[in-house]
Ligand binder design. Structure first.
Ligand SMILES: [Zn+2]
Length: 67
């Protein structure tokens, strides 16, 4: 399950994709529940991108761990 970075609602990825409610920012894809949330994100992506996604991406992505 993905999370809408604006309203923090859980998002069905397939559903969001089919409705075009996605945005790419710094190489990551974000999913939204509505056009309104997408607009808010597009206006100020940095605010939302920084608080989203920490739970579904490993933090320890160090060069040493690579392999
Ligand atoms: Zn939303």
């Amino acid at each position: 399950m993905k999370q809408d970075p604006v309203c923090l609602m859980e998002i069905d990825e397939t559903e969001a994709r089919s409705q075009g409610l996605t945005a790419e920012y710094h190489g990551r894809t974000y999913f939204f529940c509505s056009d309104q949330c997408k607009e808010d994100f597009d206006r100020d992506p940095e605010i939302y991108a920084s608080q989203a996604g920490s739970s579904d991406q490993p933090d320890e992505f160090q060069a040493d761990d690579y392999i």
